[in-house]
Design a protein around this ligand. Structure first.
Ligand code: FEO
Length: 393
């Protein structure tokens, strides 16, 4: 991707990374990602807003050249994570005397992660401004969207918000300006990155409301030239509202749990409930996380193996629990051969779910009439709960 003009004096100079398949060695990236860096050329000074992952350093420098960048005076660091800060030392090396402008918490992290020193740093506080001549940058502390030090930078004259991770998407589009296609990539990104910080997202969006925003330039994926779309989507995802949907994710060794999952899926669908159905070992964890953003109910299915829960289900529970979804109801279906342990493990590992636990269904071996009756009872319980919160009519 080459340098792209966003406004007369603002250029995209970031890098695409379409072949990247995992982030933080944790989150799958089926569509790759981008590291968005922006150049703002004022009449007196030039600022670079965030850099790129060190693996893509050459693209940043090529794009700076294509954008006609002269000397960079300020490197604005909105977030210390290395996919944005990792090239700060190289930019400093190429621009002796440049200052890294950031908040106190971020500065401390940059010293740990990038070997930036005090003499390179200019510390700003919430609401401080920095003049580039005919352009003015205003700094807005927006903590916990993704880390505690995250902040945003607002370019007053152009009404551009540089929001770093907030409003991003792990997606590597051919056209970074085609923001109308943001929805699914941004929802997946919200699920994987922002969901645990939903309350902070809400607070920070409220804080940003006093700014007139014409364009949002996040640090991953699409630039948003119609920002109301992404802002409204974020408000919805971060709110407590849920949909008339159930996530039914299971792993089955000899089809007992699978048989129960199929039966429950059909029973729920007959009641008018949408079921997002996943066979865990062949499913994309990111897609399950995306569905978890607004499903009212989560059902985990898994068998007892080696005196515990099947590891595929355990991994899903671990990740789901870390994402702190707004799920209202949770239950599980499990099967076992001679000693039942899976249900204990599931219950013990859903500590961050503030959901009501509905009575589970447990089968010794192949499910029989008794378990099918219980699955009907569970489907009824879920339908009643969905009606009670007004998502099922
Ligand atoms: Fe894109 Fe939290 O880094």
């Amino acid at each position: 991707m080459s340098a792209i003009k966003i406004t007369e004096k603002v250029f995209y100079v970031g890098a695409k990374h379409p072949e990247r398949r995992i982030f933080d060695e944790l989150i799958s990236l089926p569509d790759g990602t981008t590291y968005n860096s922006y150049l703002v050329t004022g009449s007196l000074k030039t600022a670079l807003i965030d850099t790129v992952d060190p693996a893509m350093k050459d693209f940043l420098f090529k794009n700076l050249k294509r954008a006609g960048a002269g000397k960079i005076d300020y490197i604005i660091s909105n977030h210390a994570e290395q996919d944005h800060s990792g090239c700060i030392p190289f930019v400093l090396q190429a621009n002796p005397g440049a200052k890294v402008v950031t908040n106190e918490k971020c500065a401390a992290m940059l010293k740990d992660f990038t070997m930036v020193t005090d003499e390179n740093l200019m510390i700003i506080k919430d609401g401080d401004t920095l003049s580039l001549g005919d352009k003015t940058l205003e700094f807005i502390l927006t903590p916990w969207v993704h880390w505690p030090e995250t902040m945003s930078t607002y370019l007053r004259e152009d009404e551009i918000l540089f929001s770093c991770d907030l409003f991003g998407s792990h997606y590597s589009p051919s056209d970074i300006m085609a923001g109308e296609h943001f929805y699914l990539p941004a929802k997946r990104y919200f699920a994987e990155i922002m969901c645990p910080f939903r309350n902070n997202v809400r607070n920070n969006i409220a804080k940003l409301e006093k700014f007139k925003i014409k364009t949002i330039c996040p640090s991953h994926g699409f630039v948003h030239t119609s920002p109301e779309g992404i802002i409204n989507a974020y408000k919805k995802w971060a709110a407590d509202d849920v949909k008339n949907e159930v996530i039914l994710a299971y792993v089955s060794m000899h089809d007992s749990t699978k048989k129960m999952a199929e039966y429950l899926r059909d029973a729920l669908e007959e009641k008018g409930i949408t079921v997002n159905y996943f066979d865990i070992p062949v499913s994309d964890l990111g897609e399950i996380a995306m569905m978890m953003v607004d499903s009212a109910t989560v059902i985990i299915g898994g068998s007892t193996v080696l005196a515990g829960l099947h590891p595929a289900a355990q991994n899903l529970i671990y990740v789901a629990n870390a994402l702190r979804p707004k799920t209202k109801f949770v239950s599980f279906i499990t099967s076992f051969g001679w000693g039942e342990k899976a249900s204990e493990v599931i219950k013990a590992n859903l500590t961050n779910f503030k959901a009501e636990v509905l009575s589970p269904v447990i089968s010794k071996g192949w499910p029989k009439e008794e378990q099918f009756k219980e699955l009907d009872r569970l489907a009824n319980d879920i339908a009643e709960k969905h009606r009670a919160i007004g998502v099922l009519k």
